[in-house]
Design a protein around this ligand. Structure first.
Ligand code: C2O
Ligand code: CU
Ligand code: CU
Length: 495
């Protein structure tokens, strides 16, 4: 059945009978949850906005030793009175939404004692960090309910950047993240060319609340397109207000920590300059950004300039067509936060440094891999089903999909043969985009940058270069978490 027929067959259907491909998902059965019927959601005004944006809570370093960051991180259920209709039970790191900011310097050793007080097994995955696989919270290393483990790794010089952490248990990542488990991680450079500019943290997450205040379960549409809530939060707050730095310039670190929402960010009235991506600063500032697409899992560093006018502005996620399927309402612009630029200014800050960092091109590839995203649609037994695949297969923890050599440069080709955008993510390293191919046209990457997550549009092929430096098993997957959880994931063994 082709996509048009499939979609036509869904026309007007409430999607109640639409089960995603989990039933055929082989080893994915274990944690697969029944797909719930849509529940009545809390109205948008149930969560008031307008409060000043708070700073992220920092995880305190209890080590007295220079070069060592030591702390305890606990995952546990916590009740918060978010809306008047009733309490919300989140699953949270150290009782906070989002989890606490872990802030360290390059070269530091990080030692986190992790305690699991959830009713399920979990792991802590350090998204984007160049650390050994056995410390990276792979699904192969679950921490049982009531259990604990110590994560320990050293962050090499050159790893300064904007990262995050979240659970990665087998088949259960989507639910654990949408219940609240995700937190920011910043690695600071020893010498930072942008030091002195006021820094702002903007961590964007998604929340879908039922009318009674409980976290709504995923319905069939969430399973297919990835979950989006009626609320989009910034540092756990709904539509907060940033009171902008008096100097007229801020450096924003922005995280897309949503399960599946694409953020086409716009901030009319301000000037945006891209200075960093997932794995740290660019070589040169990229000025003149009108809008910026941040796919699920990605981060950026931006310089926001207020100009001289002053006044208020809105950070909006404009609609982005990502090929959603089924009976879904058209996307609307989402107001994320307001910025109060204050009164008009006479002067603007000095130009940014022309050079920010050095990014050496990864050399000539010695090996290659090809990753193909596809989708399978069927109506077997009168039931609609949708499965998202990598190289025609679903994830199997017992299967190794690729083998790579530690230290060897590889060219990976990520081809999206599905009809929906899918963000590709690989653990343990940062990669460089070489080029993108769409409709037979090849476009070279306009500048060098470090990424661990990259969007691939339908029909597009993205070529990237990467090196894995540690032996062991690495996951790669779509970062729409419902797709990852349902098996759009593979395993790389580095030897
Ligand atoms: Cu942020 Cu394997 O994930
Ligand atoms: Cu990751
Ligand atoms: Cu996907």
């Amino acid at each position: 059945m082709n996509r048009r027929d499939f979609l036509a067959s869904l026309g007007g259907l409430s999607l109640l009978g639409l089960a995603p491909g989990r039933a055929q998902a082989g080893t994915m059965h274990a944690m697969a949850h029944a797909v719930a019927a849509p529940v009545e959601l809390a109205p948008l005004d149930a969560l008031p906005g307008g409060a000043p944006l708070g700073a992220l809570t920092r995880l305190a370093n209890t080590s007295g030793q220079p070069g060592l960051f030591r702390a305890t991180l606990r995952a546990a259920p916590v009740n918060m009175p978010l809306i008047a209709a009733g309490q919300t039970e989140f699953w949270a790191y150290n009782d906070g939404l989002p989890g606490p900011l872990i802030e360290v310097s390059e070269g530091d050793t990080v030692e986190i004692l992790f305690e699991n007080r959830l009713p399920r097994a979990t792991t802590v995955h350090w998204h984007g960090l160049p650390i050994p696989p056995e410390q990276d919270g792979n699904p192969q290393d679950p921490v049982p309910p009531g259990g604990q483990r110590r994560y320990r790794f050293t962050l090499p010089v050159g790893s300064a950047g904007t990262y995050w952490y979240h659970p990665h248990p087998h088949g259960d990542t989507p639910e654990q993240v949408y219940r609240g488990l995700a937190g920011p991680f910043v690695v600071r450079a020893k010498a930072d060319p942008l030091a002195g500019i006021a820094e702002r943290h903007v961590l964007i997450s998604d929340l879908k609340l039922a009318r009674d205040g409980s976290i709504a379960p995923n319905d069939a549409n969430d399973e297919m397109n990835g979950r989006e809530g009626q609320f989009v939060l910034v540092n756990g707050q709904h539509r907060p207000v940033i009171v902008f730095d008096a100097a007229g310039r801020e450096r924003w670190r922005v995280w897309n920590a949503t399960s599946a929402r694409y953020l086409q960010l716009t901030l009319p009235g301000a000037t945006l300059t891209l200075v960093g991506t997932d794995g740290g600063l660019l070589e040169k500032p990229q000025a003149g950004l009108g809008e910026l697409l941040l796919a699920p899992g990605q981060r950026v560093e931006l310089i926001v300039d207020a100009g001289t006018a002053g006044g208020m502005a809105e950070l909006v996620a404009a609609p982005y067509a990502r090929g959603k399927m089924g009976d879904v309402a058209p996307d609307q612009p989402v107001r994320l936060l307001s910025v109060d630029f204050g009164s008009p200014r006479a002067t603007v800050p000095a130009p940014l440094p022309a050079t920010l960092a050095r990014i050496d091109a990864l050399g000539k590839p010695r090996a290659g891999k090809r990753v193909v995203f596809s989708e399978r649609m069927s109506m077997a037994g009168g039931q609609h089903s949708m499965t998202f695949l990598i190289n025609g297969r679903l994830f199997d923890m017992k299967r190794i999909d690729f083998v790579s050599r530690a230290g060897q440069v590889e060219l990976w080709e990520i081809a999206n043969e599905a009809d929906m955008d899918h963000p590709f993510h690989i653990h343990g390293t940062q990669f460089q985009v070489v080029e993108r191919v769409q409709d037979g046209k090849t476009v070279k990457a306009p500048y060098r940058a470090w990424h661990d997550t990259i969007n691939v549009k339908p029909g597009e092929t993205v070529r990237i270069k990467l090196v894995q430096h540690f032996k062991g098993i690495r996951m790669f997957h779509c970062h729409i978490l419902e797709h990852e959880g349902a098996g759009m994931m593979g395993q790389l063994r580095v030897v």
